[in-house]
Design a binder for this molecule. Structure first.
Ligand SMILES: [Zn+2]
Length: 256
């Protein structure tokens, strides 16, 4: 298991949104402390995605609009590059977690909302496809909110499926996830939008820390059943900062 992280992701002044909780100062400090204190996860430093890579997922107009905001462009293209690196390492057999911001699952081809800029996870699987490394991908998004951007970017690619599990409570949620993973297709890579805002003290008010371990373990089990074990995850939401680090760590312990 490797963690993809750049110190620039600690910068919180990239966003021009009025209320951007993904850009809260210090949001990733507890996460990286928890992952580093675990002592077993090597950290890799990413490079920004190239403009050509961004255009795999986005329109010229959207990329240009973000470029007009240099701070946002720098951080968002670095988040996209981190996701691509996570995907590339996954293809070599190393499970990865990219600890990034801005998140990406509300970024569509031509626009973005909800604290997102570029469609990190969708872009990463498209980069793998463009490199001839995969022909199919399964995306699981366990953020509290539906990954509308991911679905938009991957629309039209028959080899890509996106799952946003839903459940009334934690046990229902985990049961649905397990059932859907048992029926999930044979694919070349598993990509995960890892959002932690369904947490009991966060917006969703539903999942406990242990549930994030279970989610990670269910996803790991699916990747093992695929045979090749290729899997990577990218941070999306998660706004209850006192417990974000332990929730991410619980997920990684299950997913690794
Ligand atoms: Zn969310």
């Amino acid at each position: 298991m490797r963690v993809i992280f750049h110190e620039a992701f600690h910068d919180s002044d990239y966003s021009e949104e009025a209320h951007d909780s993904a850009a809260d100062p210090g949001r990733l400090v507890g996460v990286m402390d928890a992952l580093r204190n675990e002592g077993r996860y090597e950290v890799e430093v990413p490079a920004p995605a190239t403009r050509a890579q961004l255009l795999l997922a986005h329109t010229e107009a959207h990329v240009s609009a973000v470029e007009a905001k240099p701070r946002l462009f720098a951080q968002a293209s670095l988040a996209a590059g981190a996701s691509i690196l996570a995907a590339e390492l996954a293809m070599r057999g190393t499970p990865t977690f990219a600890c990034v911001r801005p998140p990406g699952h509300h970024a569509s081809r031509g626009s973005a909302w909800g604290h997102c800029t570029f469609s990190n996870v969708a872009l990463a699987v498209l980069a793998l496809r463009d490199a001839g490394l995969i022909r199919s991908a399964f995306v699981v998004d366990f953020d509290q909110h539906t990954g509308d951007g991911t679905a938009d970017v991957l629309r039209g690619w028959a080899g890509a499926q996106v799952l946003n599990p839903y459940g009334d409570d934690a046990s229902d949620y985990l049961r649905v996830l397990q059932e859907r993973l048992e029926q999930a297709p044979q694919v070349d890579v598993l990509a995960v939008s890892a959002g932690f805002d369904a947490y009991v003290h966060d917006r969703g008010g539903k999942l406990q820390t242990d549930d994030y371990f279970t989610i990670g373990r269910l996803l790991q089990g699916y990747a093992i059943r695929l045979g090749h074990q290729r899997r990577f995850a990218v941070l999306e939401g998660g706004y209850y900062l006192p417990d974000l680090g332990k929730n991410v760590l619980a997920f990684c312990r299950g997913f690794e």
